[in-house]
Design a protein around this ligand. Structure first.
Ligand SMILES: NC(=O)C1=CN([C@@H]2O[C@H](COP(=O)(O)OP(=O)(O)OC[C@H]3O[C@@H](n4cnc5c(N)ncnc54)[C@H](O)[C@@H]3O)[C@@H](O)[C@H]2O)C=CC1
Ligand SMILES: O=C(O)[C@H]1O[C@H](OP(=O)(O)OP(=O)(O)OC[C@H]2O[C@@H](n3ccc(=O)[nH]c3=O)[C@H](O)[C@@H]2O)[C@H](O)[C@@H](O)[C@@H]1O
Length: 455
């Protein structure tokens, strides 16, 4: 099949590369000329494991090409995927201006399609509020009398494992009204479902649109829940590692996605929660669990800072004890295996520490450039995890890069002024740290220096 993928960000690039891998001919489109030039040279503008290889492979084979002009591919395309951003507007709702702009461009370009061509399947893959398929339909129809159908096909990939998630999906959700649309979509996705044994769900477009928000909201809620259990575990002398494994063994709960952390971030959970809250308000259906999840996450994003302040004896409004101290910070991305720092808790931590007069030396395996571009010389940047620790009063861990888990802790202890760690990802076990003589605080387990801090 011939497919246009409009928007070459995390979702569009991964979709383009994976559809090319499945044997389709893909034209990737982006308004950003620099990005298109980079991509056309076979370089990925984002860090995503496995993406570079697929891009290079299919640029070389000719299955994949990039352009700034969607008109180049519209005449012969079977489907056009809209994968542009839907950022948060000031009132919390999803900003639809990029999606609707693309719909308008598709509408205008439709004149290039032969009258007798099969209906173009226009696919909303961006995360969009319920009713968007109808809006996109109206926008395209305003410009053309050629046949098309708008389909909702939300994307569930995670950054850092995006290629695998796309090639081996748990499920594919397609909101469509006709069998032709379902046939085209199945033609694209069946190879992936064959590989993963994933499920196919056909439904109406509004249900597909709501499915996406419901999935992200449920996951966000789950994380906030385990974070609260972790905070409570510290206060009552329980160990969240035991609790999460035991509750996860109930098949109704399941073991995945139950790791306490320093608050969820990223480009999607925070904005999608706000968008769903807004939809609820608009329809007189307050989403109370979600409002609480947002609050709980705001609180959780301060968890490491609270622990540091308590440990060093910062009293309310008197930041003195942190003035002049140096902290090593491992991890800047909102999670491991990505360069994405959108809504990353590490940035809030840096802010808090610097405001109180501390110096922060940071390290990350992929997100240093993004942080440099955002906050410049507010922090110092270290080439290696160990270098970040030289002369620091403590090591803070915000991102769970596996390399950190395998670091030489004896060398790290030597580099620090004192072997002191605040671990926001529970990379190590308290007993092991105790045996090595560390002062160690983590989430939902006992503190090794005995100074358990209320979260
Ligand atoms: N990042 C993720 O992990 C996931 C994102 N999503 C959703 O997918 C959508 C896209 O997200 P990302 O890929 O992260 O966004 P992104 O911001 O990385 O990429 C969007 C791309 O669209 C391009 N663009 C904007 N207007 C355009 C136009 N008129 N024509 C062509 N290109 C245009 C931008 O230049 C940019 O390269 C959002 O709605 C997001 O919520 C869904 C699942 C996962
Ligand atoms: O709509 C989206 O954009 C995507 O949002 C999330 O994917 P992503 O944001 O890439 O990352 P996740 O792995 O879900 O992590 C989100 C946040 O939750 C945190 N998290 C995750 C899992 C966990 O057990 N504990 C935890 O604190 C992560 O550290 C991170 O800050 C969803 O998992 C994807 O299914 C969805 O497609």
């Amino acid at each position: 099949m011939q497919v246009l993928v409009i928007g070459s960000g995390y979702v569009g690039l991964v979709a383009a590369a994976c559809f090319a891998e499945a044997g389709h001919r893909i034209l990737g489109v982006d308004v950003d000329t620099a990005k298109v030039a980079t991509l056309s040279r076979g370089e990925s503008p984002i860090f995503e494991p496995g993406l570079d290889d697929l891009l290079r492979k299919h640029l070389a084979s000719g299955a994949l090409r990039f352009t700034t002009d969607l008109r180049e591919g519209i005449a012969t395309a079977d489907a056009a995927f809209i994968c542009v951003g839907t950022p948060q507007s000031e009132d919390g709702s999803a900003d639809m201006k990029y999606v609707l702009a693309v719909a308008g461009q598709i509408g205008q370009a439709m004149a290039l399609r032969p009258m007798e061509a099969k209906p173009l399947i226009v696919v909303d893959k961006s995360t969009v509020p319920v009713g968007t398929a109808a809006q996109v339909h109206a926008e395209i129809a305003a410009h053309t009398d050629r046949a098309f159908e708008v389909v909702s096909n939300p994307e569930f990939l995670r950054e850092g494992s995006a290629i695998k998630d796309f090639l081996e999906p748990d499920r594919v959700v397609v909101g469509c009204r006709t069998d032709h649309a379902e046939t085209v979509m199945k033609g694209l996705y069946q190879p992936f479902l064959d590989r993963s044994g994933g499920k196919w769900f056909r439904m109406d477009p509004p249900s597909a649109e709501l499915t996406k928000y419901a999935a992200n909201a449920m996951l966000a809620l789950r994380i906030s829940f385990i974070n609260e259990i972790a905070n409570l575990a510290e206060s009552v002398g329980a160990d969240v590692d035991h609790v999460k494994v035991a509750i996860g063994a109930d098949h109704r709960i399941g073991p995945a996605f139950l790791n306490p952390g320093p608050g969820f971030g990223g480009s999607c959970f925070p904005k999608d929660l706000q968008a769903l809250l807004k939809v609820g308000r608009e329809h007189g259906q307050p989403m109370m669990t979600l409002a609480t999840t947002v609050e709980a996450n705001r609180h959780q994003k301060q968890v490491l800072l609270r622990k540091v302040k308590a440990h060093f004896g910062v009293k309310a409004g008197v930041p003195g004890p942190l003035k002049g101290r140096r902290f090593a910070l491992w991890g800047l991305a909102f999670k491991a295996d990505t360069d994405d720092i959108r809504e990353s808790m590490a940035l809030e931590l840096i802010d808090g520490l610097v405001t109180m007069g501390a110096e922060v030396v940071v390290h990350d395996f992929a997100a240093m450039d993004a942080v440099k571009a955002k906050i410049g010389t507010k922090v110092r940047y270290a080439e290696t995890p160990l270098a970040a620790c030289e002369g620091a009063d403590a090591l803070l861990i915000a991102t769970e890069w596996s390399q950190y888990r395998h670091a030489d802790l004896d060398a790290v202890a030597k580099a620090l002024k004192a072997p002191r760690m605040f671990d926001g990802r529970n990379l190590f076990r308290p007993e092991a740290m105790e045996a090595k003589g560390w002062i160690y605080q983590s989430l939902g387990r006992r503190s090794v220096d005995g100074a358990t801090v209320k979260a």
